[in-house]
Structures are given as C-alpha cells and as structure tokens.
Write a protein that binds this ligand. Structure first.
Ligand code: AMP
Length: 509
C-alpha cells in the first residue's frame, strides 16, 4: 500500500487476483462470459509471454479491437509485465491506425479484427488465443507497472488532423479511483456495471478499474447492440445493471421509449452521466422515470483521468439553475476558474476551468509544444495542472459548464476537434479549403456540417458529392467525425484577419 492509504494499481491488481479465487463472472459479452479466474489466468499468461518475448523493452502494446473479452486480459497482462497499453477501437479507420502506429512505435500490435497491417510485430486473434490459454503462474509484483509509468495511452481527436496520444499513468488511475469512490459507492451484492464505452475512450475506465476492482459484473453493450433499439432494450432488460455509467446520449436514445423505466432496470441504483452536457430536459425525464434512483452528472477530460467533478442532480438543484452543474471537484483535485491573464476569478465569473492534482496526465505523447500550453505546475498545491479549454463558472462551490474556448465539440459523447475534420477534408482531391460547424439540437451538437471550397467544378450533384466525400473522409477519420452534410460554397466569408468567418457561415446552417 502506498503512503496515505491511497489506492494503487498494485492494490487493484491484487484485488483482481483475490476475486479470481471466487467463481464470480467478470464480464458478459453477448452469449460469452469471462470469470474473474479466467481473466486472471489469461492476463498472467499474456504477461509471461510479453516478458519472455519482449524482454527489457517496456514500450506499450497496441490493442486493436472493440469489446472482445481478450482485451481486458491483454490490458492487465501488459500492466503486470510492466508496460502500458494503447486501446484503439475498430471505429478508427486503417489510415488513422497506421498514423498511430507510426508515432507510437509499439512493441507489439494485437490485431483482433484483421486490420491487415504489414508489420512484423502483429499478433493475430488466433495467435493471441493460444497465448492466453497457456498455463500460467502469477506474475511477481516486482515486474508490475510503476506509478509514474504510462498505464494507458488514449488517442483523441487532434486539431492538426492527427490523433494525439494522452498518456495516463498508473498513479493517475489510482488518484481517479480514490476520487470517484464516494460517487460510485456500490456496496450492492453482485453489482453490475454497464460496459458500453469503447475501450479507446476513457469513460470505459470506470467499468474496467472501478467495476472489476469491486468484483462487479461488467455487462457489455457493443456498437451493433447500441445501434439497434430492439437489441439494445433486450440487452438492458437482461443486464440486471445496478450502476449505470454512460454518456447522456445513450439515455437520450432510450428515453423516448416508455419501456425505459424501473420495470426494465429493476436493480439500478444510480445513473452516472458523463462526457458531455447533461441537459435539464434529460435530467427531469430521468428523475420522473426513476424517482428513487440517484442521478449524477460527472465531468472530466481524458487529460485529468476520466472524472474530476460530480454533482447529485435533484429537483432542488435543477430549480437553482441556470443549468445542470458538473459539480464539485473530487476531494484530491483542485479546480478553479482563470481569466485571460491566468488570474483566479471569483465565484460567479466565467473563465477557463483549470485543474490540478495527482489525476493530471504526464502529457501528450511526443507533443512538447502542446504540453507546454496545456500543462503546468500549480503554485498552490505544487501538483501538475491542466488547462481544460472548458468555459465554466463556479456558484455555491459547484462548477457550471458553459461551452468550449476552442473548436472541440462532443458529438454523441465523442470528442471531435473541428479542425481535425477540416484538416482531413483538405487532404481529399479537389478540396481547397474546408470549414466544419456543429449543428445544434436543444443547444447540444447533434451532427456536423462541412462547407468546402472546390479547386475546380466537379460537375456533381450535391448529393453525389456529399456521398463521395463522406466515403473518402471515412478512410481517414472515425465514422463519428464524418459530417452529415457537405456543402460546396463559391467563396468563404472572411473576417478582418482573413480567417473563415464561422459566425457568418453558421447563418447558412
Ligand atoms: P473526453 O476527454 O473525451 O472525456 O472529453 C472531455 C471534454 O468533454 C471536457 O473537456 C468537456 O468539454 C466535455 N465534458 C465532459 N463531461 C462533461 C459534462 N458532464 N458536461 C459537459 N461537458 C462535459
């Protein structure tokens, strides 16, 4: 145990080993089940294989897949072998994965979905199965990952048009687990946590680390299930979920159906929404449907490890307005609002939300300039700090989110830099310039519209052009980043400094 009784990754891995002594189920995925004992044996087998095969090389392993049961075994196996992992979801197109591989130079690529990378370091699903099922002994803790090492690296949308890797250390995860514990507080016997977020997005850390550390069952919903309402409701009815952690978008998908009620989820005790704006409308709908269930709005950027603030949402809180607060910082986190000169602003004034604490990431991989802008040392706490880019104010100790200071949007819970889409659009033939805008529904981005300036007339109807460009863009960026509409313009409205005037463009939406 580390100083101050703090939860550590070591303790987490020890808990996994302890749960493996029971006959509990760790993860359910469709018809498949993985017991804690199997998770433990497979992660040990993978760790031994890594140690044998890669020796002293401690660079991370890239895990390409979606929600396969083998993935958590690989993640914890990597940690036990003293290295980090990089989950890359199958929603990333091959070109984007190639860029990540080029930048990361992983020690090994586990390819569960036949990506077809021509690289000597690739392990196929079949080869991995054999490794995971080999006999194995526990791995001595002296090999395990150390607190300051990157436990995982998540690649998120980057304004340059290339994904950027956020490193999260084992110590960051420990700080997250400590901060979030009072908010998840699931003492429920045989608790079940929703496992719906792709492993390449950090909200999945709630299920993987909090859920598994507490011996819960992870009930998996994959992309196919989420995109088919009939299957989704069948899965939810069968889930027995007690702790629901998701983006509000998932609940927004469910709430139009009357079936989304206590009868569907008889065991649910708490809904934790995070990752994007929780509207007052959805909050009220949830309180009406599930009056005896705790409703929580939680907030956090990947760079500060999943979640750093939370609020219990009640009718009384909603009545205070003006919006649903993202809440008070977790006890080990310092959060304050800064003005344009970096000065701390008093309660009630809007500015950028800054965070400091042990949860703050060591930084982006190989991005020194970006790191210098985004991260700093907090003179008050002496801890590492992060500039969130979120415009917020504080009222009665609670933080309220008002929007972004840059071109980042959340689209159905996915983080998208508008410049990332623009920079990839201009890589396509015949596109001279591009500007991408979010389309708002109930004040929340619901889709993207791109405006493009062609180099030469293409003679295509706008429908045909949109279809072609969307397909071509899909080769470069994940599907959730593809604009629904693509409109060709003869010229862009420019502002005084010669940049595209997005406000004027917004009038065309
Ligand atoms: P990510 O790193 O993908 O988790 O995205 C972090 C960003 O999502 C934050 O900087 C916010 O802009 C947004 N975000 C996360 N949680 C919330 C929330 N509860 N309400 C509003 N915005 C949120």
């Amino acid at each position: 145990m580390s100083a101050g009784g703090r939860e550590s990754i070591m303790q987490f891995l020890e808990k996994l080993a302890a749960w493996a002594q029971t006959d509990r189920t760790a993860i359910v995925y469709g018809e498949e089940r993985l017991r804690y004992a199997e998770l433990e044996a497979r992660s040990n087998a993978f760790a031994h294989w890594l140690l044998r095969t890669l020796g002293d090389d401690r660079s991370p392993v890239l895990l390409y897949g979606h929600k396969e049961l083998a993935l958590p075994a690989c993640m914890f196996g990597a940690l036990k072998a003293g290295r980090g992992y990089v989950p890359v979801d199958t929603s990333f197109p091959p070109e984007r994965v190639r860029q990540i591989v080029e930048e990361l130079r992983p020690a090994l690529i586990v390819d569960l979905c036949g990506l077809g990378l021509e690289d000597g370091r690739v392990l196929s699903a079949g080869e991995l199965e054999e490794i995971l099922h080999a006999d194995s002994e526990p791995v001595p803790p002296s090999f395990w990952i150390r607190p300051e090492q990157a436990a995982y690296i998540l690649f998120t949308s980057g304004s340059t048009g290339r994904a950027k890797g956020v490193q999260v250390s084992a110590g960051n995860i420990a700080a997250f687990l400590e901060g979030v514990a009072p908010w998840f507080d699931s003492e429920t016997e045989n608790g079940v946590i929703l496992n719906e977020i792709s492993y390449s997005f950090d909200v999945s850390v709630c299920a993987l680390y909090y859920g598994l550390g507490h011996g819960m069952l992870l009930y998996t919903l994959d992309r196919q299930t989420l995109s088919d309402p009939k299957r989704l409701f069948e899965a939810l009815a069968a889930s027995g979920v007690t702790l629901w952690v998701s983006t509000p978008s998932l609940a927004e998908l469910c709430v139009p159906s009357e079936r989304f009620s206590r009868a569907l989820l008889p065991r649910v005790e708490r809904f934790v929404f995070c990752g994007e704006v929780l509207t007052e409308k959805l909050s009220r709908q949830m309180l009406e449907r599930f009056p005896d269930v705790q409703l929580i709005n939680a907030y956090g950027p990947t760079e500060a490890t999943v979640l750093v603030t939370a609020a219990r949402v009640t009718e009384e809180l909603l009545a205070e307005g003006p919006s649903v607060p993202i809440g008070a910082p977790f006890s080990p986190v310092r959060a304050w609002i800064a003005g344009p000169e970096g000065e701390e602003l008093p309660e009630g004034e809007e500015g950028e939300l800054l965070l400091a604490g042990d949860c703050v990431s060591p930084g982006y991989l190989f991005r020194p300039e970006l790191n210098a802008r985004a991260f700093f040392t907090d003179p008050v706490s002496g801890k590492r700090g992060y500039r969130t880019g979120d415009l917020c104010f504080i009222k009665n100790g609670l933080v309220y989110y008002c929007g972004r200071l840059d071109g980042q949007v959340k689209l159905n819970g996915f983080r998208v830099e508008l410049e990332d889409v623009e920079n990839n659009l201009v890589k396509l033939p015949n596109i001279a310039r591009a500007a991408v805008l979010p389309v708002l529904t109930d004040g929340k981005p619901s889709s993207l519209t791109a405006f493009v300036l062609l180099e030469a007339p293409d003679g295509l109807s706008s429908l045909k052009r949109t279809q072609r460009l969307r397909a071509a863009l899909g080769e470069l960026v994940p599907s959730y980043m593809i604009p629904r509409r693509i409109v060709a313009v003869d010229a862009f409205p420019l502002n005084t400094n010669g940049k595209i005037d997005k406000k004027a463009l917004a009038a065309l939406l």
